[in-house]
Ligand binder design. Structure first.
Ligand SMILES: Nc1ncnc2c1ncn2[C@@H]1O[C@H](COP(=O)(O)OP(=O)(O)O)[C@@H](O)[C@H]1O
Ligand SMILES: [Mg+2]
Length: 508
């Protein structure tokens, strides 16, 4: 068998961590090869090596049976290797064509750019691969899904034969994910070869031919996807059996903790994002909010946590109205928040992990006394969270938050919020970007909060997560509550219809 790419015995060490330890990955021509591993397993590092962003400490890379040295991304491009990164590298106020041509022709030939013929070629590529991208559109005017396609076009424009996708579905809606799957199949049909980084087993099952699993920097093995169950791949990934179905007893709801009454909220664009919305959450229950992204979830959460103000209506927490309370007052009263945007609202990226773990409580005992910080207490408290939530980093509590992988940042925030043991925990997309092992753990901890008699409001775009965890499910559409159902008495289909705006009983 000859391979398009062979990465043999690759090693890469960062301060305090061996990110890749003797990893081997072989890519066949015309296959979609999944690279599966937990957060921090070393996937991005391995692909960054293939793309020339890092040099391996040891190991060889072979392309079509020849040894190569990929000293930087330009060399990778010239060798026919392209990569779509987790965070796109596009210039907002440039057009699609300008972005694609940037650093390509200009670098190679130093010619005045012929944007018109470039646009033609982009249009043609877009058609050939079913991408549906307008070469003249400005990046700032197109959706994230479209921006990703621009990144794909960038690779195709440079004649890439090997395409690397680093967790491409993390930023997409369910519909866009389906579209991306089709695009990948088109790419394969045209003879390209793909490496797909993901930790979603369903996606691997749907798209990939083979799958290489790495765990904590080491190769675990490569399997034929069609012959391997999701459970087996999950076990290879985390090193133990994973329970997919969440075990939980029936809820025993107690008194009302949160009462949202006829609430209307304007969003940052001054549009009413939430309209006359009412919902109660009781102690000892998980209420899930299901909906397509952008249907009022953000406004609801930000109004409850105090980030947005209510236009009308009220929010009662326990016995008290908190409609006009400050963010800090709400935290003090017992509202915990796992935010949607962990960079903007969750962590201070330039602080250490330790400092981040006490952001809300550092003024209190035992963390400060008479205005002085008690470093020892902070260290012990953080170490507890880091160990129970398995937050992996190079230098433990001393690591700068920015240096952690996204999934580990997420685990840190969740750990911090659960540790505060709030009467109401608002969990927004708590497992986005996490691998199955971490998802399982976080689900258990959310149910544990419920069983301790706490109220949990769960907002998620993953319908499966909502169905598995919630006792009751509120469905939002266009900023309104379109339905409220008992989880035990509904189906994914029924909720899916309501998410699309069809009220219960309205279906002909
Ligand atoms: N530039 C870097 N400097 C220091 N440590 C890094 C760097 N990039 C990654 N790491 C560490 O290497 C390990 C593997 O990270 P990464 O390859 O990003 O994992 P994955 O993509 O599988 O989530 C992690 O422990 C991460 O913290
Ligand atoms: Mg990664």
């Amino acid at each position: 068998m000859s391979y398009v790419v062979e990465m043999l015995n690759i090693r890469k060490e960062f301060p305090g961590v061996v990110a890749n330890d003797d990893i081997t990955l072989r890519l066949e021509k015309g296959e979609i090869h999944a690279l599966l591993g937990e957060n921090g397993a070393g996937k991005s590092t391995l692909m960054s090596i293939l793309f020339g962003m890092y040099q391996p400490d040891r190991g060889t890379i072979r392309l079509n049976d020849k040894d190569v040295r990929i000293s930087n991304p330009n060399v990778a491009n010239d060798l026919g290797i392209g990569m779509v990164h987790q965070h796109f590298k596009l210039v907002e106020n440039f057009t699609v064509t300008q972005n694609i041509v940037l650093g390509s022709e200009s670098r190679k030939f130093g010619l005045v750019l012929d944007l018109k013929s470039a646009s033609k070629r982009i249009e043609q590529l877009s058609k050939q691969y079913g991408l549906n991208v307008d070469p003249y559109a400005k990046i700032e005017d197109i959706s994230v899904g479209m921006q990703q396609r621009v990144e794909i076009l960038k690779m195709l424009y440079r004649n890439a034969e090997v395409l690397i996708f680093d967790e491409p579905t993390a930023v997409l809606t369910p519909q866009e994910i389906v579209e991306l799957g089709k695009i990948m199949k088109n790419l394969i049909a045209e003879g390209k070869s793909i490496i797909l980084i993901t930790h979603k087993l369903k996606e691997i099952k749907a798209l990939a031919d083979r799958c290489t699993v790495i765990r904590r920097g080491k190769s675990i093995g490569t399997v034929e996807v069609a012959e391997t169950s999701e459970a087996t791949m999950a076990e290879m990934m985390v090193g133990r059996q994973v329970v997919f179905k969440v075990e939980k007893k029936p809820a025993a709801p107690g008194k009302r903790v949160l009462h949202v009454d006829n609430l209307s909220v304007k969003n940052s664009k001054k549009v009413l994002g939430l309209k006359n919305f009412s919902l109660d959450v009781h102690a000892g229950e998980i209420v899930g909010v299901a909906g397509v992204e952008g249907n009022g979830q953000t406004e609801l959460v930000e109004a409850i946590t105090g980030l947005l103000k209510a236009e009308s209506g009220s929010i009662v927490f326990g016995e008290e109205s908190i409609t006009g309370s400050s963010i800090r007052e709400r935290i003090e009263k017992g509202i915990g928040h796992i935010p949607e945007d962990r960079h903007k609202r969750g962590l201070v990226l330039d602080y250490s992990l330790e400092e981040n773990m006490v952001l809300e409580v550092y003024r209190k005992r035992p963390f400060s006394r008479r205005g002085l910080l008690n470093k020892g207490a902070i260290r012990d408290y953080s170490a507890g969270i880091i160990s129970s939530f398995d937050v992996r980093s190079g230098q433990g509590g001393q690591s700068i938050a920015r240096s952690l992988s996204g999934g580990n940042q997420q685990k840190a925030i969740i750990g911090r919020e659960i540790e505060l043991n709030p009467d109401l925990l608002i969990a927004v997309q708590p497992t986005r970007g996490l691998d199955v092992g971490s998802i399982e753990y976080i689900h258990k901890r959310l149910i544990e909060q419920r069983d301790k008699g706490k109220a949990v409001l769960l907002v998620s775009l993953e319908l499966e997560e909502i169905m598995n965890l919630s006792d009751r499910i509120a469905i939002v559409n266009g900023g309104e509550l379109i339905g409220l159902v008992n989880a035990a008495e509904t189906t994914e289909n029924e909720i899916g219809l309501m998410m699309a705006g069809v009220k219960k009983g309205e279906r002909a």
